[in-house]
Design a protein around this ligand. Structure first.
Ligand code: SF4
Length: 400
């Protein structure tokens, strides 16, 4: 019989850098409904896709570490809402690994939005294992390392009579780690060459942290009606570095690698976004004029029946891999920004608590693409398409 443990005599609110901080930065009201409600979201597509990609990459790495089957690996996906019709799948078939991860996610109420979202996720982990894993897996020294530490609760704009929930809050995150020892041993590895070219002069003992994003590479300058994801994700990595520095016996983190998995198998809309960002001069990685990738992109026409262009592996890796330098000044700036976000979340929660009103106390400020995919857009007071237009969103209509 398990005895119940006694709660701490004080409260330490816990915040995940991905699940809370990045989600709140995406949209305050959506964060409130998805993350702070006791009901699970009906269609947590970003949640499912992100966790599926992380889960399959972890399972694949653990299998590779033990058995080292050569790449590429087969990907015989179990049919949508069906059972595998391929009894001879090997243990490391991405369909088998995907089944295990999907079962875990299903058990916690997370399912893909639809067949297309699931197919896209499998297509992307397949591309990640083919194009990235042969270079990344030999470098990784620790997988899914859990990070956690507390920070003083920042000043909170609390309503009269309300106090922040504690003197400190806890920040958490999960990362993979690469040590400088494995970098030094693999100077011909294309990822090592990317790190060395972007952060020259790295020396001594240090670590690099790795995080996967089930998303495309964001533009370095946000277009109108979008959020500064480029900056937010850099702050996240730099705060991971701060968290890791709080653990005993760890080397300093000198860089983060963000892997934008969608870039390894871009969709039509990803390519349309890329073309627009090149025209607006707001992306940092684009094909050199006259190169095969340039012609592949510029001769491609968007459309239902159009096949997607074929890019070189080098171009796909350049788009997928972002190196974020980490130093003391960057970490200080990042944790200050994260403190600001925690202060805003705590303030919103206290004002909601004082008034009982949700939409008036959480900013409905998602970007256009977030609103398009948001479960709450039908009753949101300020979806992106109406914000600032002077028009009022139509009232929600009950089905039937
Ligand atoms: S519709 Fe847009 S602004 Fe409204 S809650 Fe959803 S993401 Fe936020």
């Amino acid at each position: 019989m398990q005895l119940p443990s006694r709660d701490l005599p004080f409260e330490v609110p816990q915040y995940s850098l991905t699940g809370d901080v990045l989600s709140f930065q995406r949209c305050g009201l959506q964060y409130r409904y998805y993350n702070r409600s006791s009901l699970p979201p009906s269609r947590p597509v970003q949640l499912w896709t992100g966790e599926f990609v992380h889960g399959v990459m972890e399972e694949a790495f653990l299998y590779w570490q033990l058995h080292q089957p050569s790449f590429p690996w087969p990907c015989t996906q179990t049919p949508w809402r069906g059972f595998s019709t391929s009894p001879n799948r090997v243990d490391y078939d991405l369909g088998v690994l995907g089944d295990q991860v999907e079962a875990r996610l299903r058990a916690s109420g997370k399912t893909p939005r639809n067949r297309n979202a699931r197919d896209a996720a499998y297509r992307r982990v397949d591309a990640a294992i083919r194009l990235l894993a042969p270079h990344l897996f030999p470098l990784i020294t620790a997988v899914e390392e859990k990070l956690s530490s507390t920070r003083p609760m920042p000043a909170v704009n609390a309503p009269p009579g309300q106090q922040p929930r504690g003197d400190r809050f806890e920040l958490t995150g999960i990362v993979d780690v690469i040590s400088s020892v494995s970098l030094a041993a693999q100077q011909n590895n294309p990822l090592v060459q990317m790190i060395n070219s972007q952060i020259p002069g790295l020396s001594g003992q240090f670590d690099i942290i790795v995080d996967y994003k089930a998303a495309r590479r964001p533009p370095i300058t946000p277009p109108p009606n979008s959020k500064a994801y480029w900056q937010h994700e850099a702050w996240q990595v730099q705060t991971y570095a701060w968290l890791r520095a709080q653990q005993p016996n760890t080397n300093p983190v000198r860089a983060g690698i963000l892997i934008y998995v969608n870039e390894l198998s871009p969709s039509q809309s990803d390519l349309n976004d890329l073309k627009r960002e090149i025209t607006q001069d707001i992306t940092d990685i684009f094909p050199a004029s006259g190169s095969p990738d340039y012609y592949a992109l510029n001769t491609w026409q968007s459309g239902q029946s159009q096949s997607l262009p074929t890019f070189t592996t080098d171009f796909l890796l350049q788009r997928a891999v972002r190196i974020v330098p980490v130093d003391t000044a960057a970490i200080d700036q990042a944790v200050t920004q994260i403190d600001n976000v925690i202060s805003q979340i705590e303030g919103c929660a206290l004002h909601e608590n004082a008034t009982g009103n949700i939409p008036n106390n959480w900013n409905a400020d998602g970007g256009a693409s977030d609103c398009d995919a948001c479960d709450f857009r039908r009753f949101c007071p300020s979806p992106a398409q109406y914000r600032g237009s002077g028009q009022t969103p139509p009232p929600p209509v009950a089905p039937g």
